[in-house]
Design a protein around this ligand. Structure first.
Ligand code: SF4
Length: 114
C-alpha cells in the first residue's frame, strides 16, 4: 500500500494505492484522484513549465508549458532541450515553440503573448 496526496486540486485528498489489488485507489473524492493514484505508481507524468530565451521582447525569457503530461523519465531531457532554444518576438500564446519535446509526443507552447 502506497500513500499519496492528490495534486488534482487544492483539496489534496490523501490517497492509498493498493499495488497488490490492481492499483485500487481509496481516499479520493473524485475520479481524478483515482486516475492520478494509479498513474503515479504505474506511469508517472507531469506537465512541464519552464522558460526559453526570447529576443526583441520586453522580457528576456518567455514562459512555456507542455501541451500535455510528459513521462517523468523524460523531464530532465526535456528541460535540457529547452536550454538552447531562443525565439524572436512577436510570439503568441499557444504558439508551438518546440515540437515533440524529448520525443515525448508533447509540444512546448508559449504561455503568453510577448
Ligand atoms: S481526488 Fe479529486 S477532490 Fe481530491 S484532491 Fe484529487 S482532484 Fe481534488
Amino acid at each position: 500500500m502506497t500513500e499519496l496526496i492528490c495534486i488534482g486540486c487544492p483539496r489534496g485528498c490523501h490517497l492509498k494505492v493498493d499495488e497488490q489489488n490492481g492499483y485500487a485507489v481509496s481516499g479520493n473524492n473524485c475520479p481524478v484522484g483515482a486516475e492520478y493514484g494509479r498513474n503515479e505508481l504505474t506511469n508517472p507524468t507531469r506537465v512541464l513549465t519552464s522558460t526559453v530565451r526570447i529576443t526583441g521582447a520586453i522580457h528576456s525569457c518567455l514562459p512555456v508549458k507542455s501541451s500535455g503530461p510528459i513521462r517523468k523519465a523524460l523531464l530532465m531531457e526535456a528541460v535540457k532541450a529547452l536550454k538552447d532554444v531562443e525565439v524572436a518576438s512577436p510570439v503568441h500564446k499557444g504558439e508551438v515553440i518546440v515540437r515533440d519535446i524529448a520525443g515525448s509526443g508533447q509540444d512546448m507552447l508559449a504561455s503568453r503573448d510577448m
